[in-house]
Design a protein around this ligand. Structure first.
Ligand code: NAI
Length: 331
């Protein structure tokens, strides 16, 4: 089976190729790597394939899906958990097989959120630069002791649960909010309403999926109800936050710090080197200018363990499709 991999990075090749070398069953898969992201302009690159493999910022709207179906490409495997970038209704109407990797090291994303909290709080990014320049002054590096602070986890699924466990380990009082609460969370903290969580938390970490209900969950109104000076962390999906509203909340000092691993307009920027270019996105440029904002380029998942798991489950999804077997990861 020939599979065109869109948005392919060197690390995607490494982990897929490793698998093909180690397991004969996966050698049935022929990988064609394309640097380009998937869009209506690039979909033709998949011509001659049986399936495509895509990532978070590839566009799978109706136009792209129709084009795939017209080329007789019957399977789409997402090498990620979130599936907000695919028009599932159209995919189902066209009879396309769509599968994802539902969980790959949720600890990896939660640990990255922790790294962001720690960096923003203790300003280790600034300390690193200062010490290299022989500047050992502490002014401007003041943090708070996290032990005893209140931390809110919005979305207490796989990643949110790991986050709650980590935060409890730090000695924080942990609050959770989820319309479908799980019993497992009660070992780490209390489930409360979103209003109560936002009003009480010194740190709010977002771990819910992007849906119509969660789009701009953090907007002008909800940001105003947060505890003044609180820290907001988003490692989930960019559009959970109304970015101009969060810029305003940072300027008014309502928000004390912001860390984002995801950004609403990230498809224009992330996973590519733009260091020699002028970035046209003024909202992004404004965010970068704040000393209390930390941005990483969607790297929460980026650990060896997670990439290995993604490669394995993606191959298993493709093989299930090829054999006509039931696939638990089918959408
Ligand atoms: P999950 O499906 O296990 O948990 C999501 C939880 O959010 C569920 O318990 C669900 O009930 C809850 N939820 C749904 N609507 C909600 C709402 N309106 N308010 C509060 N909670 C709500 O998903 P998982 O594996 O924990 O992943 C969470 C998200 O993290 C994914 O949807 C994805 O967008 C993001 N992600 C980010 C990565 C990164 O590299 N930064 C990597 C992997 C996932």
């Amino acid at each position: 089976m020939r599979v065109t991999v869109f948005s392919a990075q060197p690390y995607d090749r490494r982990f897929f190729d490793e698998l093909v070398e180690s397991r004969p069953v996966d050698a049935e898969l022929e990988w064609v790597y394309q640097d380009a992201g998937l869009s209506a302009a690039t979909v033709a690159l998949a011509e001659g394939s049986d399936a495509i493999c895509v990532f978070v910022n590839d566009c799978l709207d109706a136009e792209v899906l129709e084009a795939l179906a017209a080329m007789d490409i019957r399977a789409i495997v997402l090498r990620c958990a979130g599936f907000n970038n695919i028009d599932l209704e159209t995919a189902h109407r066209l009879g396309l097989f769509v599968a994802r990797v539902p969980a790959y090291s949720p600890e990896a994303v939660a640990e990255h959120a922790l790294a962001m909290i720690m960096t923003l709080n203790r300003k280790t990014h600034r300390a690193f630069n200062r010490v290299r320049e022989g500047n050992f002054a502490l002014d401007g590096l003041l943090g708070v002791t996290l032990h005893g602070k209140t931390a809110g986890v919005v979305g207490t699924g796989r990643i949110g649960l790991c986050m709650a466990r980590i935060l409890k380990g730090l000695g924080c009082e942990v609050l959770g909010h989820d319309p479908y609460p799980s019993d497992a969370f009660s070992a780490h903290g209390d489930m409360v309403s979103l209003e109560s969580l936002l009003a009480r938390s010194d740190i709010v970490s977002l771990h819910c999926p992007l849906t119509e209900q969660t789009h701009h969950l953090m907007n002008r109104e909800t940001l105003a109800t947060m505890k003044p000076g609180a820290m907001l962390i988003n490692t989930s999906r960019g559009a959970l936050i109304d970015t101009p509203a969060v810029v305003a909340a940072l300027k008014s000092r309502q928000i004390g710090a912001l860390a984002i691993d995801v950004y609403e307009q990230e498809s224009e920027l992330f996973f590519r080197d733009h260091s020699a270019e002028i970035i046209d996105d003024d909202v992004f440029a404004r965010l970068v200018s704040f000393p209390n904002v930390l941005i990483t380029g969607h790297q929460g998942f980026f650990t060896v363990e997670a990439l290995r798991e993604i490669a394995q489950v993606t191959c298993a999804n493709l093989i299930a499709f090829a054999m006509g077997d039931d696939c638990p990861n089918r959408l």
